[in-house]
Design a protein. Structure first.
Length: 95
């Protein structure tokens, strides 16, 4: 189950402070932060994404690389099977 938190602040500085606090909780493994963004709206209505963060899917990348390496040892079909298996197993760890 995923939960989305949306907060509105009086200033960008307060939003940045809150974002840093959430990042610290994520680093301490208190919460899991999948993505974050700071979005501002000017007086004339223009919307700007000031900060956006979505971590790289490390498990997917690592699993695919490891599966590809193991598959290289067995040849063509093994290479494809190893890469696909690594991709699926690695992606499962990123969810």
């Amino acid at each position: 189950m995923e939960t989305m938190l949306v907060a509105v602040f009086d200033s960008e500085l307060k939003a940045r402070d809150a974002s840093q606090a959430l990042d610290a909780l994520n680093e301490a493994d208190t919460i899991r932060l999948n993505a974050s963004a700071i979005v501002t709206k000017s007086l004339d209505g223009a919307i700007t994404v000031v900060k956006s963060h979505r971590p790289a899917p490390d498990g997917t990348l690592g699993g695919t690389a490891l599966g590809t390496f193991i598959g290289m040892l067995t040849g063509g079909v093994g290479l494809a099977i190893g890469a696909a298996t690594g991709l699926v197993l690695g992606a499962a760890t990123d969810v």
